[in-house]
Write a protein that binds this ligand. Structure first.
Ligand SMILES: Cc1cc2nc3c(=O)[nH]c(=O)nc-3n(C[C@H](O)[C@H](O)[C@H](O)COP(=O)(O)OP(=O)(O)OC[C@H]3O[C@@H](n4cnc5c(N)ncnc54)[C@H](O)[C@@H]3O)c2cc1C
Length: 504
């Protein structure tokens, strides 16, 4: 047995990141590790972060979470995609639905046939070929893995949930598996005088907690990774200048939609996240272009239901920690970096960081090559998500000064190449380890009016009539199947209705 194995893990912070790390480590390495989580009720958690992407189902599987039980505990709903309003031009809208669109044929993707069909006037809007979008439009949902008697995929889904209830839910799972929760405020981080590694943290009570591996989930402040180790932050605000959010919960109006809404405004955008007991809303904006009062007014003028609490402001800086892992500290969640929640990617980045940490799990030697490899992968994944978000801002045709400036921003080179390739050939290639699929990129590109000059020559193998028939069949199957599903509200009521109505 390797006696330099790590046995003592200290997680600093009990928000979504901290409790996700505790739940995943206790589920996978709980036999080998003593895991303590320190959090301060007085400081609290950021309490936003309520929309996810389908990969979260892998996390649930890893931790052994029962999906219906989790939704009941967190007032959760299902999410089929994100509707973007006013992002290309004011008055336009499109959806980024999860899952496939149409069906590839021979060697090429469905959208090559669609691009040809569009030119020849025999294609409907792209979204009409997406089962996810059809179900979302109709407000319907069920767990369907495949459309029967076809080659077409079923619904790909994620969740909306109450962030505070989620942390609470994961806490109870983690504590049952032996994670020890320590309540208290950390006032000192003690470094080893020779190595500069974190040796222990001291609480306001004077209690000291030693550890071998520290996981910094302390939120934006980055208590260990930045305040103690001064790792540095790579600032991306020249690409993504939004730096504030005003958040307010409201009462539900009507049935909860099975999708998130993102509505562009003069200097940012607004989210609407439907839960069982309320709707989460927020206005993300750039303080260089808009003041808090105006941003709050826009938000309150456009929410659908009665506000349930006073609006609150959250400031942030887009970017990432120069090293997500430094010495014996691995940062996860907001302490590792932040990209605005336009495509609901932060919780995914937490999940991804945990999965990578497990695969790169160190021993007490903390081999630098291992740390470097982890950091490279994390940085790559952050950067590709950043590029995808930058695309939403840059591909706009709006007239306000903020949007004109965003249109002219010099793009990160990988993104510029991707857009150029698509415009010239209609092709999209997913980079290795990149989160978003080709179809994800496609929906945003088309939705924001970036159209290629051509399509793949193999799409010409069908006659015009065959092409029209191929497209028509998919559209018909997808929409007819969606109409046979239960409504989202009925599905939630029957499968996973929360037992207790929580207040906002
Ligand atoms: C406006 C906004 C909207 C967002 N929307 C989404 C979304 O829709 N989807 C998504 O995936 N993500 C979203 N996110 C991101 C998401 O909220 C975070 O990724 C997630 O909540 C993780 O936060 P955290 O756990 O890192 O930090 P926090 O929730 O801030 O938790 C920090 C923890 O550290 C503890 N702590 C701090 N200092 C000390 C100390 N000195 N002593 C002891 N304990 C301490 C606190 O008590 C707390 O428990 C959003 C973020 C923002 C800002």
């Amino acid at each position: 047995m390797n006696d330099s194995r790590i046995r003592d893990v200290v997680i600093v912070g009990g928000g979504t990141a901290g409790w996700m790390a505790a739940a995943a480590l206790s589920a996978t390495m709980g036999e080998q590790l003593r895991i303590r989580l320190i959090e301060s009720d007085e400081i609290g958690i950021v309490g936003v972060g309520e929309a996810t992407i389908p990969a979260i189902r892998l996390f649930n599987g890893l931790v052994g979470i029962d999906e219906d039980q989790f939704l009941r505990a967190t007032q959760g709903t299902f999410k089929l995609g994100i509707e973007f309003q006013n992002w290309g031009r004011i008055g336009e809208s499109y959806m980024h639905g999860f899952g496939q669109i149409g069906q590839s044929l021979d060697l090429i993707e469905f959208w090559q046939y669609w691009l040809r069909g569009r030119r020849e006037g025999v294609a409907s809007e792209l979204g009409r070929y997406s089962f996810n979008q059809a179900a979302a439009r109709e407000g319907r949902f069920a767990r369907v893995s495949r459309i029967p008697n076809t080659q077409l995929d079923g619904l790909s889904y994620a969740f909306h949930f109450d962030a505070s209830l989620y942390a609470r839910f994961l806490r109870s799972i983690s504590e049952q598996r032996g994670v020890q929760r320590v309540e208290g405020q950390i006032v000192d981080v003690n470094l080893h005088p020779e190595t500069g590694f974190v040796r222990s943290v001291t609480l306001a009570s004077g209690e000291e907690h030693q550890g071998e591996l520290f996981i910094d989930c302390s939120g934006f402040r980055g208590l260990l990774i930045e305040q103690a180790l001064q790792t540095g932050y790579e600032d991306w605000s020249h690409w993504l200048p939004c730096d504030r959010a005003i958040a307010v919960p409201t009462a539900n109006v009507g049935q909860p939609r099975p999708y998130t809404q993102s509505i562009a405004h003069p200097a940012g955008w607004q989210w609407r996240i439907p839960l069982q007991h309320r709707t989460g809303n927020g206005h993300v904006f750039s303080s260089a272009w808009m003041g808090d009062d105006e941003a709050t007014r826009i938000l309150l003028d456009t929410v659908e239901g009665e506000p349930l609490a006073d609006p609150r402001t959250i400031s942030f800086q887009t970017g990432m920690r120069k090293q997500a892992w430094n010495r014996n500290v691995v940062s996860l969640g907001l302490s590792s970096g932040f990209i605005e929640p336009l495509e609901s990617t932060s919780i995914h980045l937490v999940q991804n960081g945990i999965a990578r940490l497990i695969s790169h799990f160190p021993d007490r030697g903390f081999a630098q090559a291992n740390v470097d490899a982890y950091n490279r992968r994390i940085a790559y994944e952050f950067e590709r998500i950043r590029d995808f978000i930058v695309l939403h801002y840059s591909a706009n045709q709006r007239d306000e000064p903020f949007w004109k400036v965003m249109r002219d921003v010099e793009l990160p080179p990988v993104l510029r190449d991707k857009i150029d390739l698509f415009k010239a050939t209609g092709r999209i290639f997913r980079e290795q380890d990149e989160l978003f699929t080709e179809v994800g990129w496609l929906q945003v590109l088309i939705g924001q009016n970036v159209l290629p000059d051509t399509y793949h020559p193999l799409a010409d193998v069908l006659s015009r009539e065959e092409l029209a028939g191929f497209l028509r069949d998919i559209e018909t199957i997808v929409s007819a199947t969606a109409l046979r599903l239960p409504t989202h509200a009925d599905f939630v009521a029957q499968q996973c209705a929360a037992e207790v109505a929580h207040a906002a």
